[in-house]
Design a protein around this ligand. Structure first.
Ligand SMILES: [Zn+2]
Length: 90
């Protein structure tokens, strides 16, 4: 399980949290105050990523006749990567 580092907004302590805790609330190990883990809650986050993947694949399928297989694949991969990064930033 890949953890994420979240810094406590109250005392700046770096807290390592499991990736699946995105969007959850937890207590800081140092000051005990509530820290919100940035990110969407798990099912929605997963759905967004699946949607990004579907959008990328449909883009490849749509653009393939015009752009050729490699151009369309690159456009699709770019879209997936962009939406992936966007979903991480949320
Ligand atoms: Zn703290």
């Amino acid at each position: 399980v890949t953890g994420e580092i979240v810094s406590c907004p109250h005392c700046r302590t770096q807290l390592e949290v499991a990736g699946r805790l995105r969007g959850a609330l937890l207590n800081c190990t140092k000051c005990g105050r509530v820290v919100e883990v940035p990110g969407l809650r798990d099912p929605l986050w997963l759905l967004l990523r699946l949607a990004a993947l579907a959008l990328g694949l449909s883009l490849v399928w749509l653009l393939e006749p015009h752009w050729g297989p490699w151009g369309a694949a690159a456009a699709g991969a770019g879209t997936v990567a962009l939406l992936w990064l966007l979903s991480r930033a949320l």
